[in-house]
Ligand binder design. Sequence first.
Ligand code: SF4
Ligand code: SF4
Length: 406
Amino acid sequence: MANREIETLEPFHEAIEEIRQAGGAESGRFCYQCGKCDVYCPWNRVRDFSIRKIIRQATFGLSEIEEEDIWRCTTCGSCPSICPRGVNQIELGVSLRRVATDYGIFPESVRSLRAARGSLTSDGNPLSEDRQRRADWAKGLTVRPYREGMEYLYFVGCYYSYDPRMRKAAVATASLLQQAGVDFGTLGTMESCCGESIRKTGGEEVWKALARENIKTFIDNGVRRLLVSSPHCYHTFVNDYPELMVRFEVVHISSLLAELLAEGRLVANEGHPVRVTYHDPCYLGRHNGIYEAPRQVIERIPGVELVEMPESGAESLCCGGGGGRVWMDTPKGERFSDIRFDQALATGAEVLVTACPYCITNFEESRLGREGESNLKVMDLTELLWAAVSSGEGRIAPSQGGSRGR
Ligand code: SF4
Ligand code: SF4
């Protein structure tokens, strides 16, 4: 937006001041425009995009909050990790989205966010599902309601509770915990979305309301230790909820499974030789430093060979689902998950394993969307392990489609 135009757009004056004052924009002052962030940003593999330019504009309060570009960042964490000036590009981008949200300015491609926001407010999930059906994934299993004194509250998460594809991973998780004799329970219909992704889209008030609701439920039920499947739940419980003056012990399922295998409480059976590759979800790896536990789980399955993709660990290529992008339209040709799927195929692996509902949703989409049937299966870490634990032959069952599209 040019300066002259700003002067004529009265409603934007307040927004401009808010952009200047937004917490994240502060760190933008240190940016010396080296452009390193643009080199690392995965968007520049699929189209023109400059976070450097957005930072520059935000520093002067000149951001184009009506433009689609402020909604692109997947909050993958790559550019903050390499910025020589310590600029917090993610926080800055979220600040702009917060201002756009306050003014109700949404470009066409992100209008679907409104549905997610409405459903989060009315039913505690972003998938337009009935709160009363949140525990349906566990039908037929003997999953107990959480009671004070239990070892873990298994916080299932929205995608694992409702999405037909991800429910299989929730079932595998519960089965593994039961097999290992872990004392756990769930909150059933009392569980609400953790709020991580809506916060990244600028929905600060929705995040706060969800977080307060969950915190009250945790405290009322005497919860001390949370077990989570989604790296996004992990991230917000560990890094964001303490802003509301609470701190719970949080364990990601991959860490617990690695421990249970090491202690011999879970035993993976010898199976047919299979080559797998592991994709590090941004919010498990780069944001929270959990790289080893999922690999330890894979390596403890006899017959499984782990091969790494070229960009793995801290350099992992984002699937494109973070920052609320999982709810937005990404046209074919601009999907990072397609590039990542090709990288996985190039390793010669038969299974692409990961540990995040957004990554699996996007990879299933990449698998189903390509011409010709791909032989590369997509599996959650828990599905891979449960196949080996539950079968005398350690067979790895093919993962089925049925995930939500973008
Ligand atoms: S890497 Fe850091 S200093 Fe360089 S342009 Fe990006 S934000 Fe600015
Ligand atoms: S966090 Fe990731 S997606 Fe967002 S601007 Fe930085 S590199 Fe690009």
